[in-house]
Design a protein around this ligand. Structure first.
Ligand SMILES: [Zn+2]
Ligand SMILES: [Zn+2]
Length: 251
């Protein structure tokens, strides 16, 4: 497996500071936005119950986004891609070789980058709720807040799916589909690794597989000449499928 060019200590320090800042702002903005959402919801009365499907939609979009990012990191682009190479691409490829490495990362390494990336959705939701109470603002902000919460927690959800030391509450959430279930996720770690890419909840996986979304996207990326990873799991999957098609049927 290719490894990225090491970063200088100065760059590592800057990345570390930026990630801590992202985590701090995420932990500040999520409760603040949730509080404003609740206050606006109370002002709107029973109509505010419509925010529940909006929250669900935001969570499902975040689950899909987790699958999309994971799919791209596993199959396309080089580990030396600026910024993303270190933060995502190399980590996903390393994770296929050793599933336990994800459990050795510290809190910042696990959550920093995604807290930062999810922050615009949370801040956007907060800003939307700044005016007079409005149902549309409440619904859109609900989608954005749920997306921002689950998006920021995606790596933690993935880590818990591999961690034997997870808290009892997390085990309960995993049992009820409120967190990525380890048994569900283990399908992705079995060769040819071409299924169950969603790592926030895993709830979107059946839909993705039903419509062969990742295979279609892999074909599209190849048609667009996106640089494919040497260890592309979709390449593996295609080889496996070809072998199955060409295998003589037992009489
Ligand atoms: Zn993977
Ligand atoms: Zn995994």
């Amino acid at each position: 497996m290719a490894i990225p060019t090491p970063r200088s200590p100065a760059v590592n320090r800057v990345v570390s500071l930026v990630e801590w800042a992202g985590i701090a702002l995420w932990f500040l903005m999520v409760p603040l936005t949730a509080f404003v959402l609740l206050r606006q919801g109370l002002a709107l009365g029973w109509l505010a119950l419509l925010v529940l499907p909006a929250l669900l939609l935001g969570a499902l979009i975040a689950d899909f986004a987790s699958g999309l990012g994971h799919f791209l990191a596993d199959n396309f682009f080089a580990v030396d891609t600026p910024v993303l190479g270190h933060l995502f691409i190399y980590r996903f490829r390393q994770h296929h070789e050793d599933q336990t490495i994800i459990c050795q990362a510290d809190f910042r390494e696990t959550n920093g980058a995604l807290c930062l990336l999810s922050l615009p959705a949370v801040v956007g939701g907060y800003l939307l709720l700044g005016g007079a109470p409005s149902l549309w603002a409440l619904l859109v902000a609900g989608v954005m807040l749920a997306f921002g919460i689950l998006g920021g927690m995606t790596n933690q959800m993935h880590r818990w799916a591999h961690d034997r030391q997870r808290p009892p509450l997390v085990r309960w959430m995993q049992r009820w589909g409120l967190a990525l279930n380890p048994r569900h996720h283990s399908v992705h770690h079995a060769r040819p690794h071409h299924e169950h890419f969603c790592i926030a909840l895993g709830a979107m996986d059946p839909l993705m597989e039903r419509f062969a979304v990742w295979h279609r996207l892999a074909n599209l990326m190849r048609a667009l000449r996106a640089p494919q990873a040497e260890e592309s799991v979709m390449g593996d999957a295609r080889a496996t499928e070809r072998a199955q098609w060409s295998r003589p049927q037992a009489q």
